[in-house]
Each structure stands twice: as C-alpha cells, then as structure tokens.
Design a protein around this ligand. Structure first.
Ligand SMILES: NC(=O)c1ccc[n+]([C@@H]2O[C@H](COP(=O)([O-])OP(=O)(O)OC[C@H]3O[C@@H](n4cnc5c(N)ncnc54)[C@H](O)[C@@H]3O)[C@@H](O)[C@H]2O)c1
Ligand SMILES: O=C(O)CC[C@@H](O)C(=O)O
Length: 526
C-alpha cells in the first residue's frame, strides 16, 4: 500500500480521501532534518505553507511521486528539483481564492477603522472614541497589483463598495481589466494615485522587494498598503520606516519574508500597522476546498491517473488524456523503438504529427515520445514530468513538424532519430480498436504490431534469405511468432521484421550479420 505523509495541518476531508488508497501519516511541525530522515519511505507528501520542501528533502525522497500543496503558492517547494527527479507537484489554484480576497478586504477595512486597536482598547476598559476616527473607502482609489483570480475578486467587492479601481498587471489585456471595472495603468501611476494598494501577485525575481523605499517615496501620505500575497514582495524595514515617518498612512500584512515573523520593527508599530499570521486561506470553506482538491489529485496520481493541476507537467486534464491516451502509448512505443534502432546518444528527434494528431495539442505527444526515447537510458526514472528536462540536459534537439492531411490512418506519428547507429525512422498508427501498428521502418512500408522481442534486418531482397534467417534462429532455439518483409522495389533493399517469443541469445546477431545479403540487423525489446 502507498504511504502518504501529511506534514502540515490539513482538513480531515482530505485525509479521508487519501485513506481510501494509502496509509496516511499526519506528522506536523517536523524539524527539517527529521523530514529528510523519514521522507524516503513515502510515495506522496501533502503540505500547506509551513513545510519547506528543499532540494535536500527532494534528494532524500527516493520513492516520492507527488507533492501536493493544499493552496496556491508553491514557493515553499523546490519545483525545479522535484521536476528533475520526476516528482509531480500539484496545487489548488482556486480553492482559497475567495478566502484570500475577503481577507484583503477585511484588512483594508480594519486598517481604515483601526478595528484591532479599538477592540483592544475597549477590552482594556477604555472608551477612546476620538482616537479611533477612521476613513471611508467609498470613492477612494484602490490600486490592485496583480489582476488574477484573487485580484479580480477584490476588484469586484471594492467596486461594489464604491471604490475607483486602478490595476497593474503586465499579463492582462486592457479589455479584461475593463471588463472587471479596472483601469490598467503603469506601476508608477498606481503608486502615485492610489489611496489603497493591494498586492495579489506571485513572488518572483521581478516582484521581490517591489515595494521598496523608492516605491514608497512615490506614494501619498494617505496611502495604505495591504499584502495578502507573499512575503518578500515588500521590503519590511523600508515599510516600517515609511509608516513611522508618515510617508504613507499605514499597512496591513498577512505574509512576511520570514514566517513566523518573530522580531520585527513592524511589531513595534501602533494602530497604523496590522499584522496577521498568514491567515488569507484560513477559512473553514477554503480549507475543505483545498484539502479535497489536492487529496483527490494525490489519490489519482497514486492510482496511475493524471493530476488536473500539476504545476510542472503540461495540462494533462483527464478529458484530454482520455482522448490522447492511445496516442501517448503509440508515441512512447515508437520513441523506445527508434532509440534502439538509432543507438545510444541520440542527438536529435524529429516528431512529425500527421492527420488528426496534428490538430491536437502536440506537447503531451512530444513528451511521450521523449519518454520512450529515454527509456533505455533511464528506465523507470524517466516520466512525463522530467522527460523534457532530461532530453534537454542530454542535448537532444527536438524538432516538431505537422501535416493535418489524413492518409491511410486517422492519425499517425513519424519519428526520426539520429544517434550513434546513424539516422533511423519509424511510423506508427492506431487501428480502429486502438491497437498500435508499426507502419513504416526507415521508409519501408510494413504493418506489424510491436511485440516484446523483435528483430529488424536491412537486407537485399533475394531468394532464400528469409529461409536462412529462419533456420539460423531455429538452430539457436529462438521461436518466431510472426515475420513480415517490407520493400520498395523487387530485388532491391528490403526490411524484415520478426516478432520473437524469446530474447535473442548472445552472439546470434553477429551470425545474422554474416548471412549473405544482410546489410544490418537490430534487436529491440519493447
Ligand atoms: N495569504 C494567503 O494565505 C494566500 C492565499 C492564496 C493565495 N495567496 C497568494 O496570492 C497571490 C495571488 O494568487 P492568485 O490565485 O490570484 O494568482 P493568479 O495567478 O490568479 O494571479 C496572479 C496575477 O499576478 C500577475 N502578475 C505576475 N507577475 C506580475 C508582475 N510582475 N506585476 C504585476 N502582476 C503580475 C499575473 O499576470 C496574474 O494575473 C499568490 O502569490 C498566492 O500565493 C496568498
Ligand atoms: O496554507 C495556507 O494557509 C496558506 C495558503 C496560501 O498562502 C496559498 O498560497 O494558497
């Protein structure tokens, strides 16, 4: 039975789903070295934002197939290291959108009306009505940085509260922004004009310290900043200084460069700075959503099915996969076959998609072909996650061409590989019942299903040659299951394809190559 480690607090709904297919161990708050020590026994890891899945953890995770992040941000996972090791990383892109957006709105209102300090004041027996005079958000300008899922929901709520909306998002069209009710502006203008600035962007090299001393200097003394996105997007020391000196009016932060925050100048600030401990996603509803979403994906991957929100493999959604599955098998088989014909150290792979295959998203097909191509070198280590990276690292040039004209088959795939045994090509198609057929080898037409042990020869089409190969194999006690010859012209060059019941014993290939008329011979295991 598979084993899943849940290393952060996850809603029981997720644990229940995982328990259907695996032994689930919930061990939260593990020190880093303890996680490295125990991770080798697990097939899946489910986390929220606390667990740091570092390169060291991944290197130790010899059995791990999937890391599930019950939330959006995967910045606590070393995704490139996971990809390299063939581990799928999945998240829940939408499960906590509403929770995070509502937290940003709550912080904006709490900041405007000093709610946390007013609450503390009343509870301490005071009645300080003058001290807590606030400001309204109605008719104020809200600058939204990042107009994705959360930013868009914040925009909808803010618009309903009568706010004017500016937005900065270099990846969103003006039409989309206008549809949401926002005017797209550059960052400089947003900094200068907004009364409230709310951040809803990922932390990337471009967004790290986006709000620094220079940016803060452009803002109005009445500006308030809300960060419910990621720590590190704001330079916290510069922010504390700006609020202290009255360069801006205040800030409300849910996320920090280092979490837990611990000692920080921000903790010394009064009512104009509000801090929450990364609570954006912490609603009962969001926790159920993300737990179910991610647990279902872990369950599916453990059962050999695709994940719907993998961040490190192309979108193999179940419906797409269902349609493509036979073609993925075809691509893998042909990739494996052509790699054995071309020999080790393949330099280039040309993937030519024909007929209905040319009209589909080709990325999964190319990946499947690479997975097959690398199988001889990497065996079970190569999968859909790391095939492209492994091919790139081996310097394999991948060329993709397509031709949507339908010929003999609805869709067929032609692979050409250049390796240490020269250039070789194979074509394959699916028959009506989904059975794979090899329809061409090195431009010689054939029609054979792939089998476990195969022998291919290139020879001169002449009387007696087939009989000689048959007798030779017989003398080594190798049983031939089927045999077919493909030729372009009579008594010209030809290929012979034999399906064998047994692997070819050592030395037989050398004997075959000695048969007069045989130019080349290859054994293949599929
Ligand atoms: N506080 C929490 O608990 C909590 C909860 C959920 C999500 N989040 C965080 O909120 C953020 C937004 O999440 P989302 O679901 O809306 O993501 P999303 O991918 O839907 O939206 C992000 C938007 O940022 C834009 N963007 C990227 N780089 C940008 C840049 N340099 N400048 C401006 N815009 C840029 C993208 O075009 C996109 O529209 C993420 O960082 C996520 O991790 C935090
Ligand atoms: O796990 C959490 O509570 C935080 C989640 C949030 O930061 C996210 O990126 O989804």
């Amino acid at each position: 039975m598979s084993k899943v480690l849940v290393s952060d607090p996850i809603d029981q709904a997720g644990i229940d789903i995982l328990s259907q297919v695996a032994q689930v161990d919930v061990k939260t708050g593990l020190p880093a070295e303890e996680l490295v020590r125990i991770i080798p026994e697990y097939d899946a890891l489910m986390i929220r934002s606390e667990t740091r899945v570092t390169q060291e953890v991944i290197a130790a995770a010899k059995q791990l197939k999937i890391i599930g992040r019950a939330g959006v941000g995967v910045d606590n996972v070393d995704v490139p290291a996971a990809t390299r090791q063939g581990i799928v990383v999945v998240n829940s892109p939408e499960g906590n959108t509403i929770a995070a957006a509502e937290h940003a709105i709550a912080l904006m209102l709490a900041l405007s009306r000093s709610i946390p300090d007013a609450n503390t004041s009343v509870k301490s027996g005071k009645w300080e009505r003058k001290k807590f005079v606030g400001t309204e958000v109605y008719k104020k300008t809200l600058g939204i940085v990042g107009l994705g899922k959360i930013g868009s929901h914040v925009a909808a709520v803010a618009k309903a509260m009568g706010m004017k909306l500016l937005a900065f998002d270099p990846f969103i069209s003006t039409e989309r922004a206008e549809h949401i009710g926002c005017r797209l502006v550059d960052l400089d203008m947003l900094f200068r004009e907004a009364d409230y600035i709310t951040l809803h962007i990922p932390k990337t090299p471009e967004t790290t310290n986006l709000i620094n001393a220079e940016a803060l200097a452009k803002m109005k003394p009445t500006t308030r900043i809300i960060n419910c996105a990621r720590g590190g997007i704001i330079d916290e020391a510069a922010l504390a200084e700006a609020v202290k000196e009255g360069k801006i009016a205040g800030a409300a932060l849910d996320v920090f460069a280092k979490e837990p925050l611990g000692e920080s100048p921000l903790c010394q600030m009064g009512k104009d700075v509000i801090l929450t401990p990364h609570l954006g996603a912490s609603t009962a509803e969001a926790q159920v959503n993300v737990a179910i979403d991610v647990a279902e994906q872990i369950r599916d991957v453990l059962l050999g099915l695709p994940a719907r929100s993998a961040v490190n493999i192309p979108g193999l959604y179940p419906d797409v996969l269902e349609k493509l599955k036979p073609y993925l098998r075809l691509a893998e088989t042909l990739g494996n076959l052509v790699s054995q014909l071309a020999g080790g150290r393949v330099e280039s792979l040309n993937v030519h998609l024909q007929g209905e295959l040319a009209t589909n998203d080709s990325k999964p097909i190319v990946i499947a072909a690479l997975k097959g191509l690398l199988y001889q070198a990497l065996r079970e280590r190569v999968n859909y996650v790391n095939a492209s990276i492994e091919a790139k690292e081996r310097g394999i040039r991948v060329i993709e061409t397509r031709d949507n004209a339908v010929r003999d088959y609805a869709g067929s795939l032609h692979l050409e590989a250049k390796g240490s045994l020269g250039e070789h090509s194979v074509t394959g198609a699916l028959l009506g019942d989904g059975e794979i057929h090899i329809t061409d080898i090195n431009d010689f037409p054939i029609n054979v299903p792939p089998t476990h042990h195969m022998l291919f020869t290139l020879h001169r089409d002449m009387p007696g040659i087939i009989g000689k190969i048959g007798s030779l194999l017989g003398s080594f006690n190798v049983n031939i299951a089927s045999m077919q010859v493909g030729r372009k012209i009579v008594r010209g060059d030809a290929v012979m394809v034999l399906s064998l019941d047994d692997p070819l014993p050592e030395g037989v290939l050398t004997e075959i190559l000695k048969v007069p008329g045989i130019r080349d011979a290859y054994t293949v295991t599929l």
